[in-house]
Design a protein around this ligand. Sequence first.
Ligand code: PLP
Length: 385
Amino acid sequence: MATYARQAVAFERGAGVWLWDTQGERYLDALSGIAVCGLGHAHPDVARAIADQAATLVHTSNLYQVPLQAQLAARLTALSGLKQAFFCNSGAEANEAAIKIARKYGHGRDIAVPTIVVAEGSFHGRTLATLSATGSRKVQAGFEPLVQGFTRVPFDDLEALRRVAEHQRDVVAVLIEPVQGEGGIRVPSADYLAGVRALCDQHGWLLMLDEIQTGMGRSGHWFACQGAGVVPDVMTLAKGLGNGVPIGACLAGGKAAGVLQAGNHGSTFGGNPLACRAALATLDVIERDGLTRRAAELGARLQGALRERLAGCAGVVDVRGVGLLIGIELDRPCGALVQRALDRRLLINVTAERVVRLLPPLIMSDDEAAQLLDTLCPLIVDFCA
Ligand code: PLP
């Protein structure tokens, strides 16, 4: 189906931050498969773990104990401070689990029509419930009727949330991204997440954070909420969790722990030995190689260098981000930059029409970062001229 407007290039091999196309041309990957391959391509530790697991046991089903899944749950709950984990195969599916938790939590409190507060400009996935939660008409158009039970507020606006608390009795949860990714790398005010946490506590709402794009070290912390000193009740993960092997997770703690019981939810493939082994290897490398710190350091340096080198460029409105989640906002639509960068053998992305998005692998070296800047900055200056 023609669901993707694809670039006319196919990659057949990767190593670290580099990809080779079918003509043997080499490209610098500053996108990581949209925040997926945080350890770059063909990472030897992850490749070895996958190969070994494939030769041992790929899948048994969740009818039985899955020790690797239990190990992964233990690691993720320890890192996040949450209590439980449910495993699935994608970000949308992780958010579906979160939405089901919120509804069941609401029914447990005798709220007949549980409502989840979501943000303008958000992105939570392409399934019916998650596109209904998403704050983009483009994503929703043509798929009505939307799933009911969401109420929308502007992002980074605590006053709007307070008004919801005053006027709506059926709210059970708030679902937001700590930094909006698809929405244009929108970083909220420093006190926003803590403010949302406080409001949730005051009103008995679940705080559900979609860390699908921000999680797994990319923000400079394991999870972006840790930068704000906030622990949610529910956290969703996917993308970077398996470094390219499909796996998603919905973590629950606080008031959300124990809401889902046997028979309430499931997934045939979710948390199978192969996916969990890949995720465990990914966690091991992030930990061993100090990649959360690396993401923070390199991200700060890249942002600083971008600001400096684009300072004289009137078309550049803002350079912002956290860790290796970086947005360069222009004063005009800039989708054409993707092709221009590709012509220069650089992979970038444009989101929210006017924001160049960089999501480089966390393993990017200083030299590779310099090459990224040397290719990208002149392209942007030229584009804005
Ligand atoms: N949530 C966020 C914040 C995302 O960025 C994405 C994907 O871009 C999703 C959810 C959906 O994830 P998936 O495409 O794995 O379903």
